[in-house]
Design a protein around this ligand. Sequence first.
Ligand code: HEM
Length: 415
Amino acid sequence: MTTAEPVETVDLRAAHLVRDPFATFSRIRERAPLARGTIPGVEPVWIATRYEDVRTVLADPRFVNDAANVPGAAPGHRTEQVWQARGLPPECEEYLRAGVFDADGAEHRRLRGLVHPSFTAGTVGRLRPRIEQLAEEHALGLREHADEDGVVDLIAHFAYPLPVTVICELLGIPESDRPQWRTWSSYLGRGAGPGLDDALRAMIAAARELIDRRRAEPGDDLVSRLAAAEGATLDPVETVSLILNLIVAGHEITATLIGNGTAALLGHPEQLARLRADPDLLPAAVDELMRWCGPTLGALPRYATEDVVLAGTLIRKGEAVMPILAGANHDPRVFEEPERLDVCRAAAPHHDAHLGFGYGAHRCIGAALAHEEAVVAFGALLRTFPDLELAVTPEAIERGPNPAAWHLATLPVRL
Ligand code: HEM
């Protein structure tokens, strides 16, 4: 059975959506299971906001990540349309789609298999002492950056440096090159705007240079392992793409979780007090923060390889559906009182089911690492600063403009 009712059209870059995506997607979700989403310069996509539909799109093999894998597909690639709409140089496109995000089936398993072993729970457990040391250092270092009123920007001086250092050490990026990589990544993290194309060109050249250097002088790091695979299981464009995937994901999104999560906790003093009283709640609290204010609002669009009926609507072969994680994570069909932040919620059986790291074959490779970093980061902040508070009203906190990732431009806190 399919419905022929007209569906709502949503401008995915609208200012109100960037300001409060959870409220906007919740409103859309409760009107109808599917809506149409528009991004200037890109063909409209379906958007799925209900938990079950989002999981179906992410796990059903009838949906693929690469539009070129739709049988009989036209050569035009929608990822290219998105990148072109953002003003990215055409010569960089092959690097943007050769990585793990845009691959399907056996090709995806091959690429994922080369990086996943570096991000398993076991590997992350071994990294824990180093993450703790870094979190402690950066938390103590915050005082040096504070003004005379004890006010400091937590994003610049804590949320960013911690994950950046961890991912750079894992990949084997020399310390002297890290500030440059961080600047480039922030351009990519913003998603659009001036400077993005130059940053991308520079990152591709620097990644190539790093791979060649590590092939000549291998170390115990991920770039050295990828350099060794190049020529056998990886082609040169894929190697660069994988490195860009990991650097950008490792720089931006975990920092965003630490920023969003700290702002949420400081805006909910009773939840903060529960965590201070029982730090063992931290792992469950991170899952709840991923659900309540997770940085990734939507997964990448998936393309139907055949006609599929989703939530009673016919999705035609070749059409794209964007799974809206922010909608799924606030779906009252799965989460009781979804708008309530409750740091104990995920500790209850079956309540850690948020989709903030995605679901299915493309579920986030860095999930265990990001989760651990956030647990350690919040733990260090709470221990070091018993009186930590927001230095501005919650409404005055400035959000960044990237519509795909809900992030703070700055987070002024008083130590
Ligand atoms: C809080 C932090 C993070 C969040 C919220 C997050 C979120 C996500 C989501 C939602 C996906 C699935 C996208 C889709 O299906 O379209 C994903 C995939 C991915 N993430 Fe993360 N991520 C985070 C941190 C990281 C880190 C630290 C790394 C690596 C160092 C990483 C690497 C990746 C990679 C490589 C993929 C693609 C996996 C694939 O396509 O098979 N992420 N992430």
